[in-house]
Design a protein around this ligand. Structure first.
Ligand code: CTP
Ligand code: K
Ligand code: MG
Length: 180
């Protein structure tokens, strides 16, 4: 069933989708790289902070358990089955999303892109790759059962669309400096 596949894929990725947005709201304070440079550019830049990373990870992790708590009611209301999160899987998705985004900033700085510069493709998928990779690393049994090939296919198509949409919305709401 297509609805179940799409809703289930979105549900399974919620702990990975929320951290970056939470970091935008919580960001500020000391940058992770401590202001250090590598060559002529910052290692990561002022856009990757300890506070944003910590809050983003915690919000994504906590959301997984809210999802687990309400999954039964949502299943009954929609008449579909939904995935559940394991502790390690949830942590992997949330922290992995932050790590993927941090890794992308590292690559952006190495390729001469200033903080906030766009890197089409990387911007939309960095956190997905980080989230899926760390979740698979920490709890492969859960990962394999949850992210089947059809689910992964939906995630790869759905995520860039959602990412572009939420960032444009955050920009017009004045929460983000750039619409990407
Ligand atoms: N943010 C943060 N810590 C993170 C990720 C994001 O504090 N680990 C906050 C920062 O305030 C950042 C904002 O969220 O400016 C938007 O995130 P993002 O677009 O990823 O950062 P940019 O400022 O665009 O920097 P970069 O070019 O390195 O992606
Ligand atoms: K980013
Ligand atoms: Mg940005």
């Amino acid at each position: 069933m297509v609805i179940e596949l799409v809703v289930g894929a979105f549900w399974a990725m919620l702990p990975a989708y929320v951290p970056n947005n939470a970091a935008v709201l919580a960001g500020g304070g000391a940058p992770i790289d401590g202001g250090r440079t590598w060559g002529s550019s910052r290692v990561l830049g002022d856009g990757k902070t300890w506070r944003g990373t910590l809050v983003g990870t915690l919000v994504g992790f906590a959301l997984a358990f809210v999802c687990n708590a309400v999954a039964g009611s949502v299943e009954a209301a929609l008449g579909i089955g939904l995935p559940r999160f394991s502790v390690l899987g949830a942590f992997g998705l949330a922290f992995g999303a932050m790590l993927g985004d941090i890794g992308a900033s590292f690559l952006k700085r190495r390729t001469g892109r200033e903080r906030g510069a766009a890197f089409p493709g990387l911007d939309q998928l960095d956190f997905v790759v980080g989230a899926l990779a760390l979740a698979a690393l920490l709890d492969f049994a859960w990962f394999r059962g949850t992210f089947t090939l059809p689910v992964l296919g939906v995630v790869l198509v759905l995520t860039p669309i959602l990412h572009v949409g939420t960032n444009i919305a955050a920009y017009y709401l004045g929460l983000k400096n750039e619409p990407w």
